[in-house]
Design a protein around this ligand. Sequence first.
Ligand SMILES: [Zn+2]
Length: 143
Amino acid sequence: MQANVVRVKKTQADYFRRIALREAKKTGKEVQAFLVGHVVSPTLTVIDEFHYTKKYAVQTTCVVQWSGEEYEVVKQAAEAAGKRVVGDAHSHPEWDAVLSPTDYKAHVKEGHRIAGICSIHAGRTRLRFWVVESALPLKIDYV
Ligand SMILES: [Zn+2]
């Protein structure tokens, strides 16, 4: 079986981990970035950019959400550049790097291709990406 792969720049993934770790240490809250890039094929998704917000619509220890308006800006800019929002990444402070039932439902509803989850345990991060049709995390191709 061909591996399902997400290609991401190591520097961008590391930056997301740092943001997630810092927020978890400081407030215990989740963070979320939207991922813009290309769905190249059913087995390859490429992330070009992580988009961040300064102010979340909702941000707690177990829920994180952007404002709809801000998300639309990212979505439209991506489409204008011939790209798309391929998914999101959010953190799970002191929880697992898996989709919660709520995450899974939201992922399906949004029609996103991938969902990244960064868990934080005892000061260490683990970043995994998921697609809806597989019970296994994607293989990460760091570039
Ligand atoms: Zn979650």
